[in-house]
Design a protein around this ligand. Sequence first.
Ligand code: FAD
Ligand code: SF4
Length: 481
Amino acid sequence: MCPTMSEKMLKFVEIGQQNPPKRGEFERKEDFNEIYEEFINEKAREQSSRCSQCGVPFCQVHCPLSNNIPDWLKLLAEGRKEEAYKLSQSTNNMPEVCGRICPQDRLCEGNCVIEQSGHGTVTIGSIEKFITETAWENGWVKPIKVKNEINQSIGIIGSGPAGLACGEELRKKGYQVTIYDRYDRAGGLLIYGIPNFKLEKHVVERRIKLLKEGGINFVLNFEIGKDATLKQLREKHDAILIATGVYKAREVELPGNDLSNIFPAMEFLTVSNKKGLGDKVEIFDNGTLNAEGKDVVVIGGGDTAMDCLRTSVRQNAKSVKCLYRRDKENMPGSAREVANAEEEGIEFLWLSNPKEFRGTNKVESVLADRMILAEPDESGRSRPIVKENSEFEVKADLVIKALGFDPEELPKLFDEEKLQVSKWGTIKADFETMETTVPGVFAAGDIVRGASLVVWAIKDGRDASISIHNYLMSKEKRKVA
Ligand SMILES: Cc1cc2nc3c(=O)[nH]c(=O)nc-3n(C[C@H](O)[C@H](O)[C@H](O)COP(=O)(O)OP(=O)(O)OC[C@H]3O[C@@H](n4cnc5c(N)ncnc54)[C@H](O)[C@@H]3O)c2cc1C
Ligand code: SF4
């Protein structure tokens, strides 16, 4: 190993792991701002120098984007910040977003070799965020400049991370890109799902502005299936990407389901995000979908449930409880988010399953059973079964159901019966090319995978852009021949 490298890197023994400071729970409950502060320059460089520069970097292997992590850590440790940024953004369209909200404990950081040797992982996510934020501050993040415009167009349905990443990559090549979205703002779940305290909205808006400046055309408040059919869109564009995400809330059919003040998670989070963005929202302004002063019960144990719980706390709920049918060890949500929620005073009622909503007109309480965990089911997770005579009642005047999402019925919605879907309703796409069963129509993100992660949506969007490019090149050749 060269002496310069050992001087700058491999400092994991003498330098302990440090994350950027986290705001105290009392302070952060007062607002919706992000809870992690920024690394200062010296700290980011110091923390980067802890990387052991392994020959086979498992962090990179476990990053869905195969980010070249050891190399950008080394560049940063050497003070070569702009080069670190250039390398980092070459594989990721939104490194500052992933740095903030990837579940790093399950991906890059969870596989860091120095973590396995007991020294605490390199804080990859925070450093990735630092590098890109520094780039924004210094004006290194620039809009796309197209050298040769290509006279072929791509219509992208959905402006979430999959659609944005695909659009950006195709625009870089010179294609004419139009992104359609049924919402009034672009960004998908980055804007209307994920709350501010995980991802402040200016971070997303800044990206959208940049893409517009780079020549991507956004058509908002435009729903495919209502304002146009898929066929009409295909007539207008040379290729199509479907990146519509999954939005149909999973339901529990319980007695009392029709009482008022029981809402699906996405409705609650969208309203809260709209308020944060300064919109007037009648259902919030009249107090219905505002947790203030209420006893809130959230049902579910995933990341969406955590976001609803922590949003309720910030809206000044009287009490906030989480009902989850398994125990803490078997929760699907990220361990980091559960810990944040616990710090913020949320009460978890583990091994609890709702069986009835009670009240006259409005919900007043939730009746639940205690559960015990039996042998694992076919998915390998412990199966919850009801403990006899264990029912109990929890006071509630706002109930939020966060039980997961399924795809909408796209073939019907898009009026395109040739568009095949899996038994789960996700779009069937060729594993290699991401082309659907309709020629020239590709698909990416949650609508193919089912509810997943931002980083996977970006990866899919990038992969789809390559396939669309290949498809359009061969189409052009066919025309010429
Ligand atoms: C509450 C919540 C919290 C999350 N937290 C995290 C997290 O911390 N970290 C993480 O990595 N992931 C998180 N996720 C998951 C992540 O947000 C998704 O995996 C990701 O956004 C999927 O990207 P996508 O582009 O496939 O779809 P989406 O982001 O869902 O975007 C799809 C877009 O398509 C539009 N659309 C849908 N149908 C139509 C139509 N017919 N016509 C026009 N437009 C249409 C929608 O309006 C939307 O804007 C979270 C998800 C939720 C719900
Ligand atoms: S994109 Fe996500 S998984 Fe990859 S390096 Fe960044 S934080 Fe880690």
